[in-house]
Design a protein around this ligand. Structure first.
Ligand SMILES: Nc1ncnc2c1ncn2[C@@H]1O[C@H](COP(=O)(O)OP(=O)(O)OP(=O)(O)O)[C@@H](O)[C@H]1O
Length: 252
């Protein structure tokens, strides 16, 4: 079953000079898939993610998440849809600094007034998967970047979202933390069957996914599937980026 269906989507930014950032994008992501979006700077990756994450409405075409068209919802319904069906992980973690790690992770459930015992059960589950039980009482300034991103992932998955969206989630991490965080995304994808759509510039990071979709100048360019050989997959990502003029990091 397709969790995400984007059909002939366009996005034009209206200004003194209109700018057509996305043209005729069609993309389908199946339940349990882990997909990366790649493309050169300015190709429209964040615009695409913003349209899917209901931050910014497309100017044409349709988006369905779990068969629901979010832009057809009323404001309150849309807020509930976002809270319940979507999870977000950002490059700069977006943790609330006045709260502890535990309070940050529980935030989406607290906003939805979920019962205390359910909250504690879910907290135990995600913190075990992500290996952060020992951080729960810490404040955000007492943890490292890699740990902060794990906390952000825990917060993004604690309500078991239909679709997890990540925008450059490893952009602020050192090499060791990049690997750890990507292994955790893989665990979340496989163990919780979470569908993930991630924007990244990094071929190594994208090689953890099952499929990479490339966009260029706001249009679909190509897509590659992992298959059984991650080294070959990495190489085909690098080859596509070379044609596109993107940035690649060494495979380690
Ligand atoms: N609010 C906006 N108003 C007008 N133009 C915009 C706006 N946001 C983005 N753009 C333009 O749309 C195009 C796509 O931008 P977008 O941020 O989606 O690219 P990107 O692929 O995510 O780039 P990067 O990799 O550098 O983050 C760019 O040319 C950008 O200048």
């Amino acid at each position: 079953m397709a969790i995400l269906e984007v059909n002939k989507m366009n996005k034009t930014y209206i200004g003194k000079v209109n700018y057509e950032a996305l043209k005729n994008i069609t993309l389908s992501v199946e339940e349990g898939e882990f997909v990366a979006i790649m493309g050169p700077s300015g190709s429209g990756k964040t615009t695409l993610l913003n349209c899917i994450s209901t931050i910014d409405a497309p100017t044409g075409g349709t988006i369905h998440i779990n068969k629901i068209s979010p832009y057809a919802l009323k404001e309150e319904e849309l807020a509930a849809f976002r809270r319940q069906q979507l999870g977000f992980v950002f490059q700069d973690f977006n943790l609330v600094h006045t709260l502890t790690v535990q309070e940050n992770i529980l935030l989406p459930l607290a906003l939805d007034r979920v019962a205390q015992d359910v909250m504690m059960e879910r907290l135990a589950k995600v913190t075990t998967i992500l290996g952060i039980q020992h951080l729960l009482t810490k404040r955000t300034f007492e943890i490292s970047g890699g740990q902060a991103q794990r906390v952000a992932i825990a917060r993004a998955i604690i309500h078991e979202p239909t679709l997890l969206l990540a925008d450059e989630p490893t952009g602020n991490l050192d090499t060791k933390s990049v690997k750890d965080v990507m292994q955790l995304f893989t665990t979340v994808n496989q163990d919780m069957n979470t569908t993930i759509l991630m924007v990244t510039h990094d071929a190594y990071v994208a090689s953890f996914c099952q499929r990479v979709v490339f966009i260029k100048d706001g249009e679909f360019y190509n897509e590659v599937y992992k298959g059984n050989n991650r080294q070959q997959f990495y190489q085909s990502i690098v080859d596509n980026l070379a044609f596109l003029g993107g940035v690649t990091h060494d495979f380690s």
